[in-house]
Design a protein around this ligand. Sequence first.
Ligand SMILES: [Fe+2]
Ligand SMILES: [Fe+2]
Length: 304
Amino acid sequence: MSAPATTRSGERDGNATAARLLRSAAKKSYDPDVDIDWEAPLVEGKIWVPEHRVSLYGTELWERLTPEQRVELGKHEACSVASVGLWFETLLMQRLLKDFYADDPTSERAQWALTEVADECRHSQMFARLVHRAGVEPYGAVPFVHQLGKLFSVVNWGPAAYASILVAEEVLDRLQREQANDDRIQPLMRQVNRIHIMEEARHVAFARDEVTRGLAGLSRAELAYQRFMCAFTSYFVVRSLINPKVYAAVGIDPAEGRRAALANPHHREMIRFGGEKIMSFLDGAGMIAGPGTALWKKSFLLET
Ligand SMILES: [Fe+2]
Ligand SMILES: [Fe+2]
């Protein structure tokens, strides 16, 4: 493979990483319209998410559910995660387009920003079709957080923006990798997961580079702001994954289900497991400190 057409300054401005990712994207990208058989019937008896990853697993409320209701709750939770995933992808696209707007459009970094927007457009269509195919309401984030999301690309830029994007992408990625090779899972869900895993690896590489470079040389005040905004945004992303309305699908009061899930050690462990890799990266990069630490703990990404 030939060397990237970037100078040494490319290492500092993100163009070297972007050039490598552009070559990778040119070689392998997916089109969910073609690469997923949307007409294939759903397979009877398959689950949508492993039981131990359902938010009520192991609780008293879980014990009261029939096996069918447990599968149904798993389906609604998988669709809640997919619809929250596409909500956050929309916010990421806004950030990427603002970065493109501010950049030299011919640079590799700007070209990569558009490539990632194109990827996320296809992902968001894919997640929406998955939810529709499952016959579930596209829950998304609760209304207050949905409104708050409009501020994401206004108050988040640089390391805070890309670090909170990483939290969303890597938590989702870790859970999807666990399911991609699990043959108890609905084949449609597994194919969606496989496609997402392949393309997200490039997004993760870009965002990690943005965080590392963005944190270099910040003033103390700017660093404190970036750290707090990242914790604040990540808290809302993680808390949004399971919309409380999912519990009503199996006859559980949403507020009661929410309380039980947040107190459930299995659910807390799922979040910790999902965030394990990204938290160790963010900690090493110096992002986890200051008043935001309380929010990292409250989100269960950081152990108390
Ligand atoms: Fe995506
Ligand atoms: Fe992504």
